[in-house]
Design a binder for this molecule. Structure first.
Ligand code: SMG
Ligand code: MG
Length: 372
């Protein structure tokens, strides 16, 4: 395809309730959407991408306004004078170091346009095998254990099949104990620290082993692969990495080191859905379970995540909740939870349409990028 126009849409959507992690309390999702129009064999098609970066560089080094700058100034110029396909975007962008979330968003828009032109769904393109995926929910840190237990109860009533508790030093053992006591040993339960601990916390974290958790996600720093391997030997709870896995190469290293028994796959964090698929394939060949993470995506990114999670190696429920877990109103049709599952879209591309009225209501800035 030949790219003919690219518009960046900055939007803001209020969350239905505050979402607190070890690094931030969030009450709104600011997001960056890419609307890309291209000429595909004489037809004009439009595809959409979503950048998963947060406004501040607290989850990872990337941040939203930085991504917008990188896309317009360094990434798009490397695509415009080529006949690009989704499969060659990564190749064209490789000279630019890092900036994986920015690259992923652009690749996503190209992919959506390409699949729409071909009339193919993303799930079928990937080779997805499931028609619906089990829905897990990520529960933020609450002020009191009582409020946390109440929130978990609400999600279980809604049908979520797996609970993930966000933890941090001082909000960990007792929170997990309270949820186990209230909801029993059978509840599929896991925790996510977002890099809030150090290896010196090993003896403390080992206390989590008593609660039969599915996994502990990213207790240590992004660059602490070897330390995660050491910690994994000190605990019986399976070690899962999120922030540390930024590419198929880092996934290969983590597996070889024994730093990850499980991998949280997020397309944005690893530079795109095609790299995410490669990590799925690598993990599957190594007998490592993967599950699909979330970044509070709008319906666009959520649609793509649901298709990714329908690949056969995604053997654990993902952080793929219904749209209303975060948003009263989405910018696409909402994803709903039915019998604990979310249905994989079957329409062309990601299979969802941005609702113009909703885009208008949520937009904070629109930028038409130069193709010169
Ligand atoms: O989209 O359901 C979601 C959020 C899942 O907890 C979630 N994401 O570290 O896995 C993670 C976090 C990253 C975003 S926190 C603002
Ligand atoms: Mg995480």
């Amino acid at each position: 395809m030949q790219i003919t126009a690219v518009t960046l849409h900055s939007i803001g959507m209020p969350l239905v309730g505050a979402f607190t992690t070890s690094f931030k309390r969030q009450v709104e999702r600011e997001a960056l959407l890419i609307e890309l129009t291209a000429d595909v064999a004489g037809d004009s098609v439009t595809g959409w991408g979503e950048c998963v970066a947060l406004p501040d560089p607290l989850y990872s080094s990337e941040y939203l306004s930085g991504c917008a700058e990188v896309i317009g100034r360094f990434l798009l110029p490397r695509l415009v004078h080529h006949d690009v396909t989704a499969e060659t975007v990564q190749h064209h962008l490789r000279p630019v170091k890092g900036h994986r979330m920015a690259k992923a968003a652009l690749e996503m828009a190209v992919l959506d346009a390409q699949l729409r032109a071909a009339g193919q769904s993303f799930a079928s393109y990937l080779g997805a095998t499931a028609a619906r995926v089990p829905s897990g929910v990520s529960v933020g840190i609450h002020d009191t254990v009582g409020e946390l237990v109440e929130a978990v109860g609400g999600y279980l009533d809604a049908g979520y099949v797996r609970i993930k508790l966000k933890i941090e030093p001082g909000n960990d053992i007792e929170a997990v104990r309270a949820v186990r006591t209230e909801f029993g040993d059978e509840l599929p339960l896991q925790v996510d620290a977002n890099a809030a601990y150090t290896l010196a916390d090993g003896p403390h974290l080992r206390r989590l082993d008593a609660f039969n958790l599915l996994l502990i996600e990213q207790p240590l720093g992004e660059e602490d692969l070897r330390q995660h391997a050491v910690l994994a030997c000190q605990m019986t709870t399976p070690m899962c990495l999120d922030e540390s896995i930024v590419s198929v190469e880092s996934a290969a290293d983590a597996i070889a080191l024994g730093a990850a028994a499980v991998i949280n796959v997020k397309a944005g964090r690893v530079g795109g859905y095609l790299e995410a698929k490669r990590i799925h394939d690598l993990a599957r060949a190594n007998g490592i379970a993967v599950w699909c993470g979330g970044m509070l995506e709008t319906g666009l990114g959520r649609a793509a995540n649901v298709a990714l999670a329908a690949l056969p190696g995604f053997t654990l429920p993902g952080d793929i909740s219904a749209s209303d877990r975060f948003y009263a109103e989405d910018i696409t049709r909402p994803f709903v939870i039915e019998d604990g599952h979310i249905t994989v879209p079957t329409g062309p591309g990601f299979g969802v349409e941005v609702i113009p009225e909703r885009l208008r209501q949520t937009t904070t800035a629109t930028t038409q990028l130069s193709l010169a």
